[in-house]
Design a protein around this ligand. Structure first.
Ligand code: S3P
Length: 171
């Protein structure tokens, strides 16, 4: 059975990778994280790419990655937090995947990102404030883009099961 991919979107730290892994395991799907895919393909970490080539370059290669990954089948794709803030990516994901947003409240996101050091957009002394600004700006965009919004304020396994109950994919 060739099922279209399930793509997970949402803010940094919302659990796209941990939920994605749990979901893929239950369904027997492949799991791919778009950031890891890019890091492997280009032999650089995301912060190194931002530092050496800039954000615009990163967004272009991220777009190429989304194009490639969305054509796969029986796959769970964890998208980077900025992916669906670009219409060109959302269009592709809506056409080729089932797009799920993982919705986690701001205080939990701030807590989870407190000790993150690999996310260039939120680096700096007042990380919590940066996260708040970006979160408030992006939340409506994620919600508008998604085919389905799942409450992510619980364990990865239960979020994964809720997604399965909604999509009812062939296993
Ligand atoms: C970004 C999120 C990151 C990564 C990059 C930019 C963003 O991915 O793609 O640092 O714009 O929100 P995660 O959401 O996996 O942290």
């Amino acid at each position: 059975m060739r099922n279209k991919p399930i793509a997970l979107c949402g803010f940094m730290g919302c659990g796209k990778s941990s939920v994605g892994r749990a979901l893929a395991k239950i369904l027997g799907y492949k799991f791919i994280d778009s950031d890891s895919y890019i890091e492997e393909k280009y032999g650089m970490t995301i912060p190194e790419i931002f530092e050496a080539k800039g954000e615009d370059y990163f967004r272009d290669i991220e777009h190429e990655a989304i194009k490639e990954l969305s054509l796969d089948t029986n796959t769970v794709i964890a998208t980077g937090g900025g992916v669906v803030t670009f219409e060109r990516n959302t269009k592709i994901l809506k056409e080729n995947t089932f797009l799920v947003m993982i919705d986690v409240c701001l205080p939990a996101i701030q807590e989870r990102l407190k000790f993150s050091h690999n996310r260039p957009l939120i680096e700096g002394p007042d990380k919590a404030e940066k996260v708040k600004q970006l979160y408030n700006k992006r939340l409506p965009i994620y919600k508008r883009a998604a085919d389905y919004i799942v409450d992510g304020n619980t364990t990865p396994k239960s979020v994964a099961n809720r997604i399965i109950d909604t999509i009812k994919p062939e296993m």
